[in-house]
Design a protein around this ligand. Structure first.
Ligand SMILES: NC(=O)c1ccc[n+]([C@@H]2O[C@H](COP(=O)([O-])OP(=O)(O)OC[C@H]3O[C@@H](n4cnc5c(N)ncnc54)[C@H](OP(=O)(O)O)[C@@H]3O)[C@@H](O)[C@H]2O)c1
Length: 284
């Protein structure tokens, strides 16, 4: 009998996490999908029951050490190990740095960055003793380049990229691989869950923010990638014999990262400004 790989995935109540739980469990991974609020699991529980999937839903808040400890204990009792950790939980914050409070910046990092470190620190000892493991961090195309009025979120993803690249060297020595997924715009609850600042009409950033939000709304509407595309990329990476370190998802991400790599800083920043503030869009 084929032994199922055991996966711990964070942020499964919606979007990319929800889709990835289903794609992995439908493809024979023993999946432990975690959510911070168990009240949000009715829909996924119905699918699990209907399809009899190897998918168990467990409570885990990436900002709460005790909940991580309990969740890991449950998984180890149930299955004896963890082969794959997928750090997906996160949210977005838009607004001018002048109007975002220190508390808000810290919160953004607490979930998107420190939450990931908490999980990594809990799971690495298990993987190291096993002599194998895969850590997948859900970054973003904006983990590779800056965009206006999104600095708290962008810097949390830059930090995640730096962390991922750095730890990949030390963990490789113990048979643990690290991978980063860099989606462009994906149609999920992310946009309903956004924290927005600088929208008040008396803000000096109001006009810039209005243009920024218009651009974002268009980007979300105009053929963004789906959660399933991201989930299938993760599946593809996990099934690869010799996986890459980075996986970019979506034409928008592929195009923008190409521009970042091929233009000078000055040219790239003009391209971003023209595209986002002057309504030209981000195409080649
Ligand atoms: N959508 C995009 O365009 C896009 C693009 C690039 C990268 N990403 C990244 O993809 C990841 C997933 O986002 P999504 O698009 O799927 O958005 P989403 O539908 O809003 O899902 C975010 C998930 O993270 C969970 N979460 C938030 N804070 C948490 C915490 N403290 N502990 C545990 N779970 C927490 C949410 O749970 P609740 O339901 O309890 O809030 C939700 O399940 C994020 O890291 C995001 O930065 C998204």
């Amino acid at each position: 009998m084929k032994i199922k790989k055991r996966v711990l995935l964070t942020g499964c109540s919606s979007g990319i996490g929800f889709a990835t739980c289903l794609v992995l469990s439908r493809n024979d991974f023993m999946t432990y999908g975690t959510v911070r609020n168990l009240a949000k699991t009715k829909r996924i529980q119905e699918i699990i029951n209907r399809e009899k999937l190897p998918l168990k839903i467990i409570q885990l808040d990436v900002n709460d050490n005790q909940s991580i400890k309990l969740a890991v204990k449950k998984i180890l009792t149930d299955s004896g190990g963890i082969d794959i950790l997928i750090n997906n939980a996160g949210y977005g914050m838009f607004g001018p740095i002048e109007e975002i409070t220190m508390e808000e910046v810290k919160k953004q990092f607490e979930t998107n960055f420190f939450g990931t470190i908490r999980l990594i620190k809990s799971i690495v000892p298990i993987m190291r003793k096993q002599g194998n493991g895969i850590i997948v961090n859900i970054s973003s195309m904006v983990g590779r380049f800056g965009v206006p009025l999104n600095s708290a979120y962008v810097s949390s993803k830059f930090a995640l990229e730096g962390l991922s690249e750095s730890i990949s060297f030390e963990l490789e020595e113990f048979g643990i691989r690290v991978m980063v997924i860099e989606p462009g715009v994906v149609q999920t609850d992310f946009f309903q869950n956004l924290k927005l600042k600088g929208m008040n009409t008396d803000s000096p950033y109001h006009s810039l923010m209005a243009r920024r939000v218009t651009f974002l709304e268009k980007a979300v509407k105009n053929s963004p990638s789906s959660s399933d595309q991201v989930a299938n990329t993760i599946l593809y990476a996990l099934n690869s014999k010799d996986p890459d370190f980075r996986y970019v998802v979506g034409n928008d991400a592929t195009n923008s990262i190409h521009m970042r790599n091929s233009l000078s800083d000055r040219e790239f920043m003009k391209w971003i400004k023209d595209g986002i503030f002057h309504g030209k869009g981000l195409s080649k």
